[in-house]
Ligand binder design. Structure first.
Ligand code: ARG
Length: 462
């Protein structure tokens, strides 16, 4: 199929090389911008009419034609492939001229594909950011549901993946809730910088037609108009910021996935994934694999790759627009798709996760995770903490040799290490007490966690 007549006719006498034309084409992926391209074109058409570049009749025909293109794209299979085009912008213009004739050729007055594509991408991304924000909230909701369903469950807390101190399961859920809360804030901030109108910057120098840019911005829901045409026509910071925000979402989901994968092993046995989000093995009949979470973890890598790729693409570009920038779209599109899917799958995993409360409680009560309690106990009785730490270290060593937990050591054996230790030590070493003492803001005391859970819930319904 030959290229439909391209957009720069006059200056050229020769034909484009077929393979170069293919290489140059972005219509295969930027067709996702069709709807926003039409919306932005309708706003531009109105601005041209107000500027008396178009008369009422021309403007009406252009708008009708643009709408008809959208309708056909939605209803006619293959409509987009019938006319080979370089990109979505040339496709729409060619279709428009086909549909309404000469008037269609006036739409591009005072505009360049450079400010057009920047406008389209911002419009499109703004909508997708809203969808992602919604899914971030849904995933946060699933974390709260899990925390509420297991409100009394206890979990061993780890550092270096070694048992450290017990925490409430809800505290663990709320840790991930906080990460996603920051992600939500970040998206709001990125959205603010996405929501700036470049249209009117034209190719690089601004437009010579009296287009009321503020009015166009208002019609398209942009909060501001760009202040410098050179910058606006070639600024892709918003793509970088968005993929950075997406990278952090993926990073958080990946850490959550890793926790879930580890906790679902037979060795830990804390969680069980629903059959709905696991797979079996074609060879080993006993297997239940957490593919859902592994893919979330794995797909984080590709989003980080998009961020690094965009930065590398942009770093050497002279002002203003360069065709390198066409590479922005696949990075942004795939980031959107991947983040949306990862959030959705994570929500489903969380919504169907079974916590084996007896196992987690037993694990939390073992492994000398109350050693810090004993050190604090001695410190409360007047032993300097450094010394208490050392004494308890020796008691732990003794208990390990005896093959028992700290609270199973007879009082006399403990007193051999410190005369401060008395009968009340057993209460101090209990799991309940260990948890309850972490009662400052941000701590894992059950009362604090219950409070934090309520606050999180109301922050989400705001
Ligand atoms: N397809 C192009 C892109 O995505 C549109 C802008 C082309 N502008 C130009 N002057 N060649 O960046």
């Amino acid at each position: 199929m030959s290229e439909s007549k391209n957009l720069w006719g006059g200056r050229f006498t020769g034909q484009a090389d077929e393979r170069f034309a293919e290489f140059n084409r972005s219509f295969g992926f930027d067709r996702r911008l069709l709807e926003v391209d039409v919306r932005a074109s309708i706003a531009h058409c109105e601005a041209l009419r107000r500027a008396a570049v178009l008369n009422d009749d021309e403007a009406a025909r252009i708008k009708g034609g643009l709408q008809a293109i959208l309708d056909s794209a939605a209803t006619e299979a293959g409509y987009l492939d019938e006319l080979p085009s370089e990109d979505v912008h040339s496709f729409v213009e060619a279709r428009l001229v086909q549909l309404i004739g000469e008037a269609g050729r006036k739409l591009h007055t005072g505009r360049s594909r450079n400010d057009q594509v920047a406008t389209d991408l911002r419009l499109w991304l703004r909508g997708e950011i809203d969808r992602i924000s919604e899914r971030v909230r849904a995933a946060q909701g699933a974390l709260l549901d899990l925390a509420e369903a297991y409100s009394t469950a206890v979990l061993p807390g780890y550092t270096h993946l070694q048992r450290a101190q017990p925490v409430m399961l809800a505290h663990w859920c709320l840790a991930y809730f906080e990460m996603l809360a920051r992600d939500g804030e970040r998206l709001t901030e990125v959205r603010r910088r996405v929501n700036v109108l470049p249209l009117g910057s034209a190719a690089l120098a601004g437009t010579s037609y009296p287009i009321e840019r503020e009015r166009v911005a208002h019609e398209l829901g942009f909060e501001q108009v760009s202040r410098n045409s050179l910058d606006a026509a070639s600024d892709r910071d918003f793509c970088v910021e968005f993929t950075a925000a997406g990278s952090l979402i993926m990073l958080h989901l990946s850490r959550l996935a890793e926790d879930i994968i580890v906790y679902a092993t037979a060795e830990f046995g804390f969680f069980e994934l629903s059959d709905a989000v696991a797979t079996g093995s074609s060879l080993m009949p006993q297997k239940k694999n957490p593919d859902s979470m592994e893919l979330v973890r794995g797909k984080a890598g590709r989003v980080f790759g998009h961020l690094a790729g965009l930065l590398a693409t942009l770093k050497g570009l002279p002002l203003a627009y360069n065709k390198d920038m066409q590479e922005d779209k696949e990075a942004v599109f795939d980031t959107v798709d991947t983040v949306l899917a990862a959030l959705e799958v994570t929500r489903t995993v969380l919504g169907n996760l079974r916590v084996r409360e007896e196992r987690t409680r037993e694990a939390a009560a073992r492994g000398y995770m109350n050693a810090t309690e004993l050190a604090d106990y001695l410190a409360r009785k007047g032993t300097p903490f450094r010394q208490a730490h050392d004494t308890v270290g020796r008691i732990v060593l003794h208990a390990i040799e005896r093959g028992v937990e700290l609270d199973a050591l007879p009082l006399e054996e403990m007193r051999a290490f410190s005369a401060f230790i008395e009968e009340d030590v057993y209460e101090a070493l209990s799991l309940d007490k260990t948890l309850a003492t972490k009662a400052q803001t941000g701590g894992t005391a059950p009362a604090r966690v219950a409070e934090a859970l309520r606050a999180a819930r109301s922050s989400l319904t705001e």
